[in-house]
Design a protein around this ligand. Structure first.
Ligand code: NAD
Length: 247
């Protein structure tokens, strides 16, 4: 229960990796803000699970790409659990794959807006609260695609690679405030995002993973939790969790 009394915002926490992170942080005592964009029912189910297990959580709608919605979410955190915001996990993310030549400007912009500008919005709004207390932790969910690139994924790869630059720069700037900033780079994890691939493509992807399986969201969640509970001297780093893909 190392995180008792500390509040965590987990973006995109209604399903997949974000859901697993919310449950994992709550199981270590954190008060969790289960952020979601549109699926209230799923977010409420995550909250119910946390409450049933004796934790504290509520669901909060906010599209991370909209600064005013993020501002309202952070204000709500301060109203509900004043002075306790210590953990921000920028997990919300989308993909809109298409080869670069066919990609329309909206596909480019939407992915950058959510994956990169979304993280920027959340950090920018949360920072005054994080720095007002001693110590904090920001974890950005990047991707193996940031490191390898991906066919038809110029928008996604650019957004996720930019998160790594953001992570390293912020780590330098926030070290004096005892705020650590790290990134995790999952490989192929068993969530809706990956399950959306055509089965033959998914099979090919898995065959290239040395461990010959998809990762589980809970495995990523435990890595994020480790950074939060044990990572006091770890900052500015990126952690690969990809079943042995060499990057
Ligand atoms: P997912 O599609 O299951 O979940 C993404 C979550 O983000 C959803 O809850 C969605 O509602 C939320 N979201 C999307 N846009 C949002 C917005 N504008 N505001 C708030 N929430 C928003 O995908 P996932 O696999 O769980 O992905 C989670 C994160 O992990 C993403 O950033 C993704 O890019 C990254 N990632 C996933 C994999 C993988 O293999 N699944 C690999 C590497 C990185």
């Amino acid at each position: 229960m190392k995180l008792r009394g500390q509040t965590a915002i987990v973006t995109g926490a209604s399903r997949g990796i974000g859901r697993a992170i919310a449950l994992e942080l709550a199981s270590h005592g954190a008060n969790v803000v289960v952020n979601y964009r549109s699926n209230r029912e799923q977010a409420e189910a995550v909250v119910r699970q946390i409450l049933d297990e004796g934790g504290l959580a509520y669901a909060q709608a906010a599209d991370v790409s909209k600064r005013e919605e993020v501002r309202a979410m952070v204000a709500e955190v301060q109203a509900n659990w004043p002075g306790s915001l210590a953990i921000v996990v920028n997990n919300a993310g989308i993909a809109a794959d298409r080869t670069f030549r066919k990609m329309d400007p909206d596909q480019w912009r939407n992915v950058i807006d959510v994956n990169l500008n979304g993280a920027y919005n959340v950090i920018a709004e949360a920072l005054p609260l994080l720095t007002a207390r001693t110590g904090g932790c920001i974890v950005n969910v990047s991707s193996v695609i940031a490191q390898t690139g991906g066919f038809g994924q110029a928008n996604y790869a650019a957004s996720k690679a930019a998160l790594l630059g953001l992570t390293k720069s912020l780590a330098l700037e926030l070290a004096r405030d005892k705020i650590t900033v790290n990134a995790v780079c999952p490989g192929f994890i068993d969530t809706d995002m990956v399950r959306g691939m055509p089965p033959e493509v998914l099979e090919k992807v898995v065959s290239k993973v040395p461990m010959k399986r998809l990762g589980q969201p809970e495995e990523v969640a435990r890595l994020v939790r480790f950074l939060v509970t044990e990572g006091g001297y770890i900052t500015g780093q990126q952690f690969n969790i990809n079943g042995g893909l060499y990057v």
